[in-house]
Design a protein around this ligand. Structure first.
Ligand code: HAM
Length: 433
């Protein structure tokens, strides 16, 4: 049996790759408008980075990392997320010496050993942005505005930001202690995952989807009651700004997120179209992360979008726009015209026309059939008669009409009609004659 890709990974093939690229073009254009620059960090990091950054008690570090020893016995991990790595690079290259905030974005693969299903892969891809060096709610608002602008450019219409505040590290740990105390007497009624979380990360139990566990949570202490005055002020200022800019959001005080570094603002956007794996993106503030990594305390906020999930639920209107320009196929009628056809192909490309030259020597009939499958709009035929007169025959493939065109006018002739075709699909060779 021939070899196949590794479970949980995927080959992305054309035409799907054109859609991925179109999404990335929007990322680069929109994020640049807010002053974000690209960072590319390694796929491999010391395991310790994620243990300290993401947190020992998280699902990611506890059971989802691709961790192995290299030939010298060092423990390395394929990055399961990129915020910790960006913070590491920030400290390592002393980006705190640049005028704050430092705004960075990334696009690339991440690795988590999860059970694969629709929208959940072991190698998946994230589009992320991190704003490091400002602690004010204005930065939270601006980051969300960028996110909403990005999603609108992709023609999403009805997505709502779920938003919460988890407080600073001190409020969080006070709340975690109270929640643990509340749940401890019910320990045996909890499932295995939640029992483990009770010791390591009780906040995550609030996320549970198990109905029986949700019932146990009725009457549990509420995070909102443990927030400090500064936490509250930060959050209410953020909500004010989002109201002013009409960012669609709803506050969900059950939202806690699965990574340990979060402080204050956390958010997610989900899509109904994804079913159980519904979060297309998540993010939040991480004011203690650089300190956890051994550096000075620098506040930060960011998000990561699951690109696989995003592409899966992209509006059809945006997908339609991703189709590339239809090719022009140049067909020699007789193999001795191949060289002239190659030259014509180059002239078309000089004029920015996508050109495919038929070089296989197959019959004209077979070549026309292939051109149809390649979605060609125009086919250029060059046989003895055309060669004698330095012309070609151009066929509007969609309609089966054809016209003679001088070889040295061909590129301009096609360019003009292709531009018109892009604007007006009813335009044809006949109409252009
Ligand atoms: P996260 O919530 O772990 O956050 O992941 C962000 C997004 O990545 C998810 O909402 C989801 O769309 C996608 N994702 C995660 N796991 C998978 C998977 N196995 N298959 C497909 N997609 C997946 C973070 O990673 C944080 N670093 C986000 C962040 C940036 N917070 C602050 N800055």
């Amino acid at each position: 049996m021939s070899l196949r890709n590794v479970k949980g990974t995927r080959d992305l093939l054309p035409p799907e790759t054109a859609i991925w690229q179109a999404v990335e073009d929007v990322v680069r254009r929109v994020f640049a408008l807010y002053g974000y620059h690209e960072i590319r960090t390694p796929l491999l990091e010391d395991t310790e980075l994620f243990v300290r950054g993401v947190g020992e008690g998280t699902d990611i570090v506890g059971k989802e990392m691709y961790t192995f020893e290299d030939r010298k016995g060092r423990s390395l991990t394929l990055r399961p997320e990129n915020t910790a790595a960006v913070a590491r690079a920030y400290l390592q290259h002393r980006l705190q010496d640049q005028p704050p905030p430092v705004k960075l974005f990334y696009v690339g693969p991440q690795f988590r050993y999860e059970r694969p299903q629709r929208g959940r892969y072991r190698q998946f891809h994230q589009i992320g942005a991190e704003l490091i060096g400002d602690e004010g709610p204005g930065s939270d608002a601006e980051l969300l505005l960028m996110l909403v602008r990005f999603l609108r450019e992709l023609e999403f219409e009805s997505l709502t930001v779920r938003l919460n505040t988890v407080g600073d590290a001190a409020s969080r740990s006070r709340f975690a202690a109270a929640l643990r105390e509340f749940l401890l007497p019910q320990r045996d009624a909890l499932g295995e995952d939640s029992r483990r979380r009770l010791d390591s990360n009780p906040l995550r139990i609030l996320d549970t989807k198990v109905a029986a566990e949700r019932e146990l949570l009725v009457g549990a202490p509420r995070l909102a009651d443990f927030l400090g005055e500064d936490d509250r002020r930060h959050f209410s200022r953020l909500l004010e700004l989002l109201d002013r800019w009409r960012v669609p959001y709803e506050v969900d005080d059950g939202l806690v997120r699965g990574l340990d570094y979060y402080t204050r603002t956390v958010f997610e956007i989900a899509s109904q179209d994804l079913g159980a794996q519904d979060a297309i993106l998540g993010g939040g503030r991480y004011d203690g992360l650089t300190r956890d990594l051994g550096g000075p305390e620098v506040p930060g906020i960011g998000f990561a979008i699951g690109q696989d999930r995003l592409v899966e639920v992209l509006p059809e209107s945006f997908r339609q726009r991703c189709a590339g320009a239809p090719p022009v196929v140049v067909v020699p009628v007789g193999e001795h015209h191949q060289e002239t056809c190659l030259a014509l192909g180059e002239r078309l490309r000089d004029a920015g026309v996508v050109a495919l030259v038929e070089l296989s020597g197959r019959s004209v009939k077979a070549a026309l059939k292939a051109a149809d499958r390649q979605q060609a709009r125009f086919v250029v035929l060059l046989g003895d008669d055309e060669a004698a007169q330095s012309t070609v025959t151009v066929r509007d493939f969609a309609r089966g009409e054809q016209a003679p065109v001088a070889q040295d006018r061909l590129a301009g002739w096609l360019r003009e009609r292709l531009d018109r075709v892009e604007g007006d699909p009813s335009s044809t060779v006949a109409a252009g004659r």
